[in-house]
Write a protein that binds this ligand. Structure first.
Ligand code: NDP
Length: 264
């Protein structure tokens, strides 16, 4: 019987995950089908997953914390950041994983050597990336619009800033994890803040993909090497696919099957 998979989030209309996973199913000869499912904030994630008879799902904004709550068993790293982006049903139990951070790290390694990073934003993605990058020996600072979400980072021992009076020190990479620029009507980040953050960086990376955000426009204007979230999307998808298909293929095989979606 065909195994069904979905992406849950709001918005999901822009997502390329179905294209990426369906291409890999087809190329690797796996009998699966992946679709996207708009789920409003507060919706019953676990019930929806089970009602749709899914084998697995990816979870995006704003449901990663809800997915953490919905899972029966959560791998250590996802539990630490309380953010799950991959759910898999195995023997009646929902397993939760976070593939964003290891996927992002795999993407970052393609840039060159990175020892220091500034993360803009303090949501689920920022939590996952900050801890994971630190575990790989990268020194991380965080800057966010409001103070509330920075409490977690302070408790974890990260140097944190709000926008007000922010004065960046030089960093190898500046990473935008805010959803500013995701939707055309989202409020842009102040240009002065972007300039302060990017002025002395070597690279700029946005986790949003498929569009040039004001953050990437500014990086381009400053002639900084930069990339959007496409490589991260690919790399987190490779690791999720590995969980979805119970480690049936090597990561290299999955990457080879999936990578062409970037040019579709
Ligand atoms: P969250 O909702 O958990 O956090 C959003 C963060 O963005 C908060 O820090 C919030 O600040 C900030 N923010 C929202 N709007 C604005 C704005 N207009 N100006 C400045 N800051 C803003 O989201 P996630 O961390 O889960 O996801 C963030 C982004 O990462 C999304 O765009 C998502 O699509 C992308 N993503 C991409 C992936 C990929 O594979 N390429 C994988 C995972 C995520 P405040 O606290 O002040 O509200």
């Amino acid at each position: 019987m065909k195994s069904l998979f979905a992406l849950f989030g709001n918005p999901v209309h822009h997502s390329k995950s179905p294209l990426m996973h369906n291409l890999a199913f087809q190329k690797l000869g796996y009998d699966g089908c992946y679709t996207r499912w708009l789920l409003k904030e507060g919706a019953r994630l676990r019930e929806t997953f089970l009602a749709l008879d899914l084998k697995g799902a990816n979870i995006t904004v704003p449901h990663k914390e809800a997915a953490f709550e919905a899972a029966d068993i959560v791998e250590d790293f996802a539990a630490e950041v309380r953010a799950v982006n991959t759910l898999v049903l195995k023997e009646g139990k929902l397993y939760g994983y976070n593939t964003d951070a290891p996927g992002f790290y795999r993407a970052l390694q393609k840039l060159g050597e990175v020892k220091t990073a500034l993360i803009m934003g303090a949501g689920g993605t920022a939590r996952a990336l900050s801890l994971y990058l630190r575990s790989q020996g990268i020194d991380v600072e965080v800057v966010n619009r409001s103070a509330g979400r920075l409490e977690w980072f302070k408790a974890e021992g990260f140097v944190c800033h709000t926008w007000e009076g922010f004065d960046a020190t030089p960093k190898d990479v500046v990473i935008n994890t805010t959803s500013a620029g995701l939707e055309d009507n989202s409020l842009p980040m102040p240009k002065a803040l972007l300039d302060a953050a990017l002025a002395q960086a070597k690279y700029a990376v946005d986790v949003i993909y498929g569009k040039e955000t004001p953050f990437l426009e500014e990086a381009k204007r400053l002639n900084l090497p930069h990339f959007d979230g496409s490589e991260m999307l690919l790399q987190q998808g490779i690791i999720a696919f590995d969980y979805f298909t119970d480690h049936r293929y090597t990561l290299d095989e999955i990457e080879k099957a999936m990578r062409p979606f970037l040019n579709l």
